[in-house]
Design a protein around this ligand. Sequence first.
Ligand code: ATP
Ligand code: MG
Length: 464
Amino acid sequence: MIRSLFGKILTSHIVVLVLLTASIGISLSHLVTNYLVEAKKAELIRVGISTTRFLNAVTQDQLYSPSLLENLSDFSGTTMWIIDQENHTRSGKAPKIWQHHMQVQNDPAENLFNGEVTSRLYSANDDDDPAIVVSIPFPQNPSIVLMIHTPITGIAKTSAAIEQLLLYTILGSILLAGIFAFILSRNLTKPISNISHAAEKFTAGNYKSRTTAIGQDEIGRLGFTFNEMAAALERIEQERQEFFSDITHELKTPLATIQAVTESLLDGVVTEKTKQACYLKTTLDECHQMNSLISELLNLARIESGQMHFQYQNLNLGEFIEKQKGKFQPMSAEKNQQLIFSVSPKLVFVKTDPLRIEQILSNLISNALRHSPDGNKIFIQFERDKTSFILSVTDSGEGIPQKDLPYLWDRFYRVDKARSRNKGGTGLGLAITKKLVEGMHGNISVSSIPNEKTIFKVIFPKTF
Ligand SMILES: Nc1ncnc2c1ncn2[C@@H]1O[C@H](COP(=O)(O)OP(=O)(O)OP(=O)(O)O)[C@@H](O)[C@H]1O
Ligand SMILES: [Mg+2]
């Protein structure tokens, strides 16, 4: 079996070509031979009919004199003889092929005496060339028939020459087609091999592997799609590696603190009760930090795997705001900060997923509280317009430098790593928030002027 695509294309080209050329050649050769044979028969019949007309006019003696038919035979370039119903030669001399035929074939002489013109084609045997024999009845003497024989060696030679020519043509065209098919199949299979090699390298772990077989045809487009797919997979792999190194780092930091604090407590270095309590509180804080990191990671994983389902219902904004005030009261009171909620007139109910809205708002408010100085005011607004429901959180805290704004939504991105971490942040809040907003078909944006104003704005399509 041919295994390679190249071999298959090449073979199928050659097979189709051979079949086509051979069938055309054989049919053509038959056609030409038949035409020549039929033309020869017609000529013999014409000569025979003229001869019988002539012989009708001669006397019996002249008819049966050997010289007359001999002369007529020489004149027409054929062999002529006359037979009777018993197949006796009455004049002239029958050629060997006829005698042989009469002996071997079951073709009685009476077949020639039904008043019709007949013709027979004899293929060559050991001694004789192929020949045509025609019989012409005498209109005024039904007891005898004029036989005319002529070899058709010329026609057979012509057919053989045609067949030979065809054979050379077939061989020549096979050679040419072979070269052509070779080039064509190479051109077709080369880019496929290129894509296949690139894919093999990619599978072996070379995520930079790309194909150069890109173009406008189907294979070129396949190559292009492969490259796009490879680039996407490379990106995913890179993100996966970064994600793991980030997680490892994030878990190692609190663990290192816990380890150090526990060791110093066990060593008995710290004996003072108040100091011990302080050390234990640090350990507890780090445990909280790890706990919230893990639950946020789970949250993110659930959203990214598409397992997060949204349950939309009518949310009473008044009640919702009261709940949020109560929830953030302890945190804001700590730094004497104020949360100022406002709702557009006539906006009472919003059709949304209350749990997710709360999650989104919680992260934005806790960020604002965390990154604003003592006594600061934080504004939370719920608005509507013709097409959307808008939620915004504005603070006048430290703000975010312009260069950091595009990366805020990345996992573990924190503007000031150390400070944010000290403030209890894991750097996952905004990544989760963005995914939640997008899951609800909304859009989140941020604008900030450091030490002046930071606004997070969430726009949901109108569902109320
Ligand atoms: N209102 C804000 N003012 C100033 N900086 C902010 C504000 N909101 C977010 N940031 C910056 O963006 C970073 C990412 O915020 P994000 O909510 O994703 O993480 P986090 O608050 O550090 O941790 P987490 O929310 O997971 O507990 C923060 O670390 C902080 O540097
Ligand atoms: Mg946050």
